[in-house]
Design a protein around this ligand. Structure first.
Ligand code: 5AD
Ligand code: SF4
Length: 472
């Protein structure tokens, strides 16, 4: 038998990339590849890249510089190593990568991952291969489902892509160009995926998409289903105890999604709802299609449906033309909403987007200063949110053994990591934890009423935690 070839895949950026990386691993498993943790013994290294901000794409070129040395080293030892660049930088700058980085063998855009085996074969026979088209066929129909072992190794929490691409065209954002037009997967395909995951021990599903609540997939009844309707259906699947979705656009929050939050205990009361700015002038220049008040009203609807709901958001500071007054409107909105956490970024012009041609640039010094002020405010809200849990009993879904021997780590409804001393048997269960203290961002506590605990036993004591990163 041929020895398996080794694949190392490194993902940058959003949760969609984490999910796509798993799909690439599943595709290449069929070609005899197994994953390896390091680059040194890899036969194939894939960089699954992010183009959302300038720094994200710069990282790719510096990583390729390092990989060139490893590849040369392997060649000196008579071993061939292939390097592929996937993801949104591949999509946006495919030709540039080929020109700038001769070390790269394959460039593959996010819509073509199912062609990876052919692209590798083409690279072998013709030198190098590039595919950044948006093929007419749906890649999901061609990507093989994960094997049971792979599902188990990935743990009790899993992402499932339900929607891809975006039609919103915010003026700062590359996503509509790199991921293309919005496409929703059919409901039956998603149900099949979730059933398979639940069968192999997955307890928590996060539905993902660049604009996930724009979901409008074909239902088994021939009608178009919204995200809210889909969530109602998925909540019926035995074994799935928690549902989440990310990332949402305020404009696409409809009544079915609000109802899902009031109807479904499994739907976690934690919503990532990016607003980007609190100034109507800037929101208009960003082409966000909503005002700050529209956003406040959406938040109110969620809160009316589910009292314990909490929010996170994304913010951009220093968008072209942003004045101190605009920025103060952002701070005012943050104070008014009160977030459990948020990501904030300095505006970074992305080639090809309308905002990149806007002239009124905010100085680097002003951007830095605004970012610090915003982050201070967000950090103080996040700390207050975390401190408020101390002394309370909260439900925790246990995920894996922690680094400290004897400790098991899980997450609350609000994704706060929570550590307890317990047996690995609790992995996969939702148990009430009495929170005793907070260490940096992690809660420490004890299992409460353990005798009443449900006994959903799973065999996941060795697994690793899913990576939670920002969406778009
Ligand atoms: N500059 C800075 N931040 C950006 N984001 C998207 N595009 C840019 C850009 N050009 C941020 C937005 C988005 C998050 C994923 O990244 O806040 O919600
Ligand atoms: Fe679409 Fe979000 Fe990008 Fe706006 S910021 S274009 S909604 S992906």
């Amino acid at each position: 038998m041929k020895a398996p070839r080794k694949l190392h895949i490194k993902s940058y950026g959003c949760q969609m990339n984490v999910y796509d990386a798993q799909r690439m691993v599943d595709t290449l498993a069929g070609e005899g590849f197994v994953e390896t943790a390091g680059v040194d013994d890899a036969d194939l290294v894939i960089l699954n890249t992010c183009h959302i901000r300038e720094k994200a794409s710069e990282k790719v070129y510096s990583e390729l510089g390092r990989l060139r040395l490893v590849k040369d080293d392997a060649a000196r030892n008579g071993r061939q190593m292939n390097i592929a660049v996937a993801g949104c930088v591949a999509q946006a700058e495919g030709q540039e990568i080929i020109r700038r980085a001769p070390v790269v063998d394959v460039v593959v855009g996010p819509q073509s991952y199912h062609h990876l085996p052919q692209l590798l074969a083409r690279a072998k026979s013709h030198g190098r291969a590039l595919e950044t088209e948006f093929p007419v066929e749906d890649k999901f129909g061609f990507l093989p489902p994960p094997k049971p072992d792979a599902i188990r190794a990935r743990g009790i929490s899993s992402f499932v892509t339900v929607q891809e691409g975006c039609d919103k065209f915010c003026t700062f954002c590359v996503v509509p160009y790199t991921r293309g037009a919005e496409v929703s997967r059919p409901v039956t395909k998603i149900i099949d995926d979730v059933l398979r995951l639940a069968d192999h021990g997955v307890r928590e599903i996060t539905l993902i998409g660049q604009n996930v609540n724009a979901y409008h997939g074909e239902g088994p009844d021939g009608r178009v289903w919204s995200l809210g309707t889909l969530l109602h259906r998925l909540a019926e699947i035995p074994g799935i105890v928690r549902l989440r979705y990310s990332t949402s656009h305020p404009r696409d929050v409809d009544a079915t999604l609000i109802e899902a939050h009031s109807d479904l205990p499994a739907l976690m009361p934690f919503v990532h709802l990016p607003v980007q700015s609190g100034s109507d002038r800037i929101l208009a220049a960003m082409n966000r299609k909503h005002t700050a008040d529209d956003y406040r009203r959406v938040i109110d609807r969620f809160r009316a449906a589910r009292q314990d709901i909490a929010f996170s958001s994304d913010f951009i500071v220093g968008f072209p033309g942003e004045t101190e007054e605009d920025f103060l409107a952002t701070l005012a909105l943050v104070r008014q909403i009160g977030y459990a956490g948020a990501y904030s970024f300095k505006y970074s012009p992305r080639p090809g987007t309308p905002a990149a041609d806007m002239r009124e640039m905010v100085s680097a010094a002003e951007m830095d200063e605004r970012l610090v002020r915003l982050q201070e405010l967000i950090d103080s809200q996040q700390s207050a949110f975390n401190v408020a849990v101390i002394g309370n009993t909260v439900d925790v879904l246990f995920e894996r053994a922690a680094r400290n021997p004897g400790q098991i780590v899980g997450r609350t409804a609000y994704l706060q990591p929570t550590h307890v001393m317990a047996s690995p048997d609790i992995i996969g269960q939702v148990l009430p934890v009495r929170v005793e203290s907070l260490e940096r961002y992690s809660l420490l506590g004890q299992i409460a009423r353990s005798a009443e605990a449900r006994s959903v036993k799973t065999a996941f004591s060795q697994m690793t935690s899913p990576q939670m990163t920002t969406g778009t």
